[in-house]
Write a protein that binds this ligand. Structure first.
Ligand code: UGA
Length: 470
């Protein structure tokens, strides 16, 4: 993918990208690949140093090579000095909007900080393009602020839909580009259209008002979260009725009005986007006096958090209380495969809860151990699946990395104390594991697969509050 370089065209521009975390670092490198000259502005000097060295402070397949290649062309540089963004004519705001501590609302302090910096260097004719995920109503306020300082500058909102693990591909080959703008901002929209010329051939451009552009982003994430919680609710029904949620999802997915994507039942969603975005969406709807239209998202959140309790309870049912000193092998710490992101990770939440119950939990992950160690230092981390499985009474698959899905059940079986596997992502080849003598348990799968369970299996003790009250 990174070798597939789009040559610098005549429409090359100089742009700045404010905030070089996940979104910004990828956007900056991708825009350089499109042939533009890019100044990435990042306030954290350590992050600037690692980006310059082609070592992003997070794992994203292909990004390190792309960062190095683009810096070598001379079209991409990183700095902590906003003054260097002055030579750019389009400025992208790519800072994070995390959940506010103790609240559901989004924390916009990074957006306001980046914007204040930008106002110091903005000049007539410049375009500011917001990409951060913001509560609806933010963009028009920022535009007003901008035009108070520089009447001939313009602001548009251009939400980003990239997924971690596919970030470069999603940026260079998006499903759609959405630009929200004021009715009188046609020139700014045209400017972005030209900037994205290299990607717009194969993808629709939708020009909307500000509110719609801001809403598309949170509505998309709310829909995806709802789809996952829906199939997880179906998994619960399969548990009590004796169905198989994987077959159910396959059968539903053949209806192309529904589609099979995002119907993988299991431990549920986590990460830095879906959980905080549905909460911020509910919070904003409340501010707008429309809380009741999004109350279903409370349920979506509760079903999702309940999956973590469910897995902990299944382990307790299977091994029998107390768990003190019982060895449990945990495969996965990242919130999803191909990422080292452990923000709101369901896998880490389950590992922590079992640790708090006194279990001897051994966690491994191909990429996320360094970040997991930082936020959950009390857990025991080991280098690989074999070390996690050593002497374990149960092995939990919590993040479906391909290296875990492809494990040889026969070989792993020689290491464990008991051949019990809880496949919390419904990702393993069930017949292969059963044939190797493992007691297999998925989530929402039929009785065929859990013949080895103890008497108490299948009881739903999910509290709907997430882990913390086992
Ligand atoms: C999500 C959206 O998919 C992107 O479109 C969006 O741009 C991004 O948030 C964002 O707002 O920046 P991401 O957080 O990278 O992207 O992760 P996803 O691939 O959406 O997965 C989210 C979670 O859902 C993961 O924990 C994953 O394991 C879980 N999931 C996903 C399921 O439990 N079942 C599924 O069928 C699919």
């Amino acid at each position: 993918m990174t070798g597939d370089v789009v040559p610098a065209g005549t429409g090359a521009r100089t742009i700045s990208v404010l905030g070089c975390g996940y979104l910004g670092a990828v956007h900056a490198a991708a825009m350089a690949q499109l042939g533009h000259h890019v100044v990435g502005v990042e306030s954290d000097p350590d992050r600037v140093a690692s980006l310059r060295a082609g070592r992003p402070p997070f794992y994203e397949p292909g990004l390190d090579e792309l960062l190095l290649a683009m810096q070598q062309t001379g079209r991409l540089c990183f700095t902590d000095d906003i003054a260097e963004a002055e030579r750019a004519s389009v400025h992208f705001i790519c800072v994070g909007t995390p959940q506010r501590r103790g609240q559901h609302a989004a924390d916009l302090s990074y957006v306001h900080g980046a914007f204040a910096d930008l106002l110091k260097i903005i000049k007539p004719g410049d375009v500011v393009a917001g990409k951060s995920t913001v509560p609806v109503g933010t963009a028009p306020r920022l535009r007003e602020e901008l035009r108070e300082v520089c009447e001939e500058a313009e602001l548009v909102w251009n939400p980003e839909f990239l997924r971690e693990g596919f970030a470069i591909e999603d940026t260079l080959r998006p499903d759609r580009v959405v630009i929200g703008a004021a009715p009188e901002s046609a020139a700014a929209v045209q400017s972005l259209r030209e900037l994205y010329a290299g990607i717009l051939d194969d993808c629709p451009l939708l020009v909307t008002d500000f509110a719609t552009a801001e809403l598309v982003k949170v509505a998309a994430n709310a829909f995806l979260a709802t789809k996952i919680s829906f199939i997880n609710a179906m998994a619960e029904l399969c548990e009590v009725a004796g169905g198989d949620v994987v077959q159910l999802a396959d059968a539903l997915g053949h209806d192309d009005r529904i589609g099979r994507k995002f119907l993988n039942a299991g431990l549920g969603f986590g990460g830095g986007c879906l959980p905080k975005d549905i909460r911020a969406f509910m919070s904003r709807a409340t501010e707008l006096g429309a809380a009741e239209v999004l109350t279903f998202l409370r349920e979506v959140d509760a079903i999702n958090l309940g999956r973590r309790d469910k897995v902990v309870q299944l382990v307790r049912d299977w091994l029998g209380d107390p768990l003190v000193g019982r060895r449990i092998g945990v495969l996965g710490a990242a919130f999803k495969p191909d990422s080292d992101d452990i923000r709101d990770s369901p896998a880490l939440a389950v590992a922590e809860a079992l640790h708090l119950l006194g279990a001897d939990v051994r966690v491994t992950d191909p990429r996320a151990l360094h970040s997991a160690r930082r936020v959950s230092p009390a857990l025991t981390y080991v280098d690989d699946a074999a070390a996690a499985a050593e002497g374990a009474e149960v092995v939990l698959l919590l993040t479906e990395w391909s290296e875990f899905v492809d494990l040889d059940p026969e070989r792993l079986g020689t290491l464990v104390a008991e051949r019990r596997v809880l496949d919390a992502r419904n990702a393993l080849d069930v017949p292969a594991w059963v044939a190797a003598g493992w007691h297999y348990r998925g989530l929402g799968r039929g009785a065929d697969h859990d013949a080895g369970l103890g008497a108490g299996h299948g009881t739903d003790h999910g509290t709907g509050h997430g882990i913390g009250a086992p």
